[in-house]
Write a protein that binds this ligand. Structure first.
Ligand SMILES: [Cu+2]
Length: 217
């Protein structure tokens, strides 16, 4: 059977319309996204969040002032002039490594150390609670997370350190998550010699002695 001209033109017309409709379907979200109308491209909708860059901070402790990067809240246990250096290093395999070096602290002493959510401030509480990868839904500002399911060194970044005879020490940890748009604001040194891990006390480490702000916040 031979196709008539009208059959050909009908098929051609249908193909043409299919191409036009397809092009409109593809172009519409791109155009909306470009104009910031709120639509997102399918690729953006399924793309994983961009990993945070390396976080590095280093400074010596001073008294709380207008915008200090590193502060002491207890000069006896965290003397002015003591130094803190921290690097939080993303990796491509789903892990994050954190390294801490301190000097000028008391000799032969343990210090509990963690990443906290906010920058250091005039008062020790300014640094907020511990940074958690999966945030404990039961935690509140008055009752920070103490559930070992959340307050543990795999869901938080713990850098408990022990100083040598000169007051210097290093510690490191590797956690099984990557930082994305939400990153820690500071590293806080506590009075306890190591962080508690038992239920109801997990993550607790006594008074905040010193704080180093991460990044420019
Ligand atoms: Cu802490």
């Amino acid at each position: 059977m031979q196709l008539s001209w009208s059959n050909y033109s009908l098929i051609a017309w249908r193909r043409f319309m299919a191409i036009v409709i397809g092009a409109v379907l593809i172009a519409t979200p791109l155009g909306c996204a470009y104009r910031g109308v709120g639509a997102v491209t399918p690729a953006a909708a399924y793309a994983s969040p961009k990993p945070a860059p390396l976080l590095f901070s280093s400074d010596t402790l001073t008294t709380p002032g207008p915008v200090p990067k590193a502060v002491t809240y207890n000069r006896d246990l965290a003397p002015i002039g003591a130094a803190m250096t921290v690097a939080i290093i993303p990796s491509s395999d789903g892990f994050t490594r954190a390294e801490l070096a301190v000097s000028g602290l008391l000799p032969d002493r343990g210090y509990a150390v963690h990443a906290h959510t906010k920058a250091c401030g005039a008062i020790a509480d300014a640094a907020g609670p511990h940074f958690q990868n999966r945030i404990d839904p039961a935690a509140t500002p008055r009752a920070p997370s103490s559930n070992p399911e959340y307050a543990n060194p795999r869901n938080e970044i713990w850098l408990d350190v022990r100083t040598d005879a000169t007051g210097a020490g290093t510690s490191d940890t590797t956690v099984p998550f990557v930082l994305t748009d939400r990153t820690p604001g500071s590293i806080v040194v506590h009075e306890a010699m190591q962080t508690a891990t038992d239920p109801g006390h997990a993550g607790k480490a006594g008074a905040r002695l010193a704080c180093l702000t991460l990044g420019g916040r």
